[in-house]
Design a protein around this ligand. Sequence first.
Ligand SMILES: Cc1cc2nc3c(=O)[nH]c(=O)nc-3n(C[C@H](O)[C@H](O)[C@H](O)COP(=O)(O)OP(=O)(O)OC[C@H]3O[C@@H](n4cnc5c(N)ncnc54)[C@H](O)[C@@H]3O)c2cc1C
Ligand code: SF4
Length: 530
Amino acid sequence: MANDFEVAIIGSGFGGAVTACRLAAAGRKVLVLERGRDWKREDYPRAPGDAWLWDDDCPERCNGWIDLRRFGDMTVVQGAAVGGGSLIYANVSVAAEPFVFEAGWPAEITYQALQPHYEAAGRMLNVQELPDNQLTERFKLMRDGAAALGHAARFRKLPLAVTFDQDWHYGLDDAHDDRHSKPWTNPQGQAQGTCVHCGNCDIGCQVGAKNTLDLNYLAAARTAGTEIRADHIVRKLTPLDGGGYRVGFERIVEGRLIPGAVTADRVVLAAGSLGSTELLLRCRDEHRTLDRLSDRLGHGWCSNGDFLTPAVYLDRRISPTRGPTITAAIDFLDGSQDGNRFFVEDGGFPDVLGNSIAEVTANAAKAGGPFATLFAAAGALAGGRDPLDCIMPWFGQAVDVADGHLYLGRPWWNPLARKVLRLDWNFAKSEAVVQAMVEMHKDLSKATGGIPVEPLYWRWFRDLVTPHPLGGCAMADDPRNGVVDGRGRVHGHAGLYVADGAVLPCAIGLNPSRTIAALAEHIAAAMIAE
Ligand SMILES: Cc1cc2nc3c(=O)[nH]c(=O)nc-3n(C[C@H](O)[C@H](O)[C@H](O)COP(=O)(O)OP(=O)(O)OC[C@H]3O[C@@H](n4cnc5c(N)ncnc54)[C@H](O)[C@@H]3O)c2cc1C
Ligand code: SF4
């Protein structure tokens, strides 16, 4: 009997959206199963009681679009939605640099080979730079900092998956009001708007200026016949005797989980670094349905060196809640800083976060302590303005060491508990490069009149937070070194693929979504050619 679908894709982020679009356009019968909701702009969470968070322990009740995972010293932030991380990401869509591909990749993955795929992704995501008449205060501060330290040549605008209106500018009356967003229809027939610099990128763009995956790749996939099922959590993959796989899932329906399954000739895992790795680990170690997976499964994980250092400016207004979240970079990926490769960016945050931080700092001010004094001093010297207006979030990524290990384990105090995804990660080998970026953040702050505040969670505990989890199902020509080959094919299991952030064998030191999309373009092209 024929399987239900030619291709089942698990997850609808960068890997899933790209493969769905390309395979459907090539005439394949494609199904996408996505655990998150199919969000409409008018339903985006905004108020404190809205559905912000996803809880993997009780997804039937708690299925918001931010999935926060705490693993000892590492916290991972990821998206859960039709469109994956794109709905809440900061829109930076930048290609990795050539050095990344010099070692550790399968032979067919080279910087040169990926260029057409980077370009194809850039066209679909409609990437563009911040117009010169719309420079944000953070942009200007970064430019000043780079010049003051003699690094002007390293400063550059970043490509963003945002639609700008050349006529918009900060001098408009009530400039950030949604009414200044101009409606337009994109090539996939989706209604969008233009950017009004409201600063909400990381909580979803209410005017549709962000070129998110649901509006381009997934819209094109739907037009080409792809079925996208939201609220479907895939739990198990079982090879079928006649070829293909049975994909077992649980569907979220009115606060309950309803089991179900489909069959497909080929399955593409695109559930993200944690999601794809966990599913394969469960199939190998719990269900025992995929017993030929590489021993490297779960190994080679990294955080892509993300770090944020806030700095307080007493005589300069930064307005971190205005403008697209990130717009520019100072590029130190050439290793010129004692061999450490990193990429400094500005990092804004949305008003909603600003309001809650303001509440926290107000409470901290009442309680006393060093941070309270700092914020209070900044507020007073700034003439009673909101102290958050004077904060520059210096942000960035670094090429850290991919030595994290994901595995399934129980808490030591409860041998009967269900096994959960765990991560062994140690700062030791990545400490130098992260600290080099922190020191550069501090130098940039001081050179521009700011007071840097190295976060205590790093200074005291060496803890990190990352929105860029990478690895777990690394690419390698040989199964002794990786889980999938250079075309995303899982070693040992024909018809099974991985096409997302899990396949990266190393950190790339800058925002990864464009590289994930380019690799997925490559994998989809190879699948179509097969
Ligand atoms: C706040 C924030 C800001 C960011 N900003 C940027 C940026 O500016 N530029 C950049 O390049 N990157 C950015 N990132 C990172 C970027 O979003 C990720 O690198 C990217 O989304 C990863 O793509 P992916 O396809 O690997 O996985 P994802 O986009 O995470 O997609 C995986 C999908 O699979 C689904 N899934 C997981 N498990 C299952 C399951 N069992 N069954 C069904 N579905 C499942 C998830 O819900 C998710 O939708 C940001 C991330 C965050 C959180
Ligand atoms: S700044 Fe506001 S309008 Fe512009 S892309 Fe971000 S959320 Fe959309």
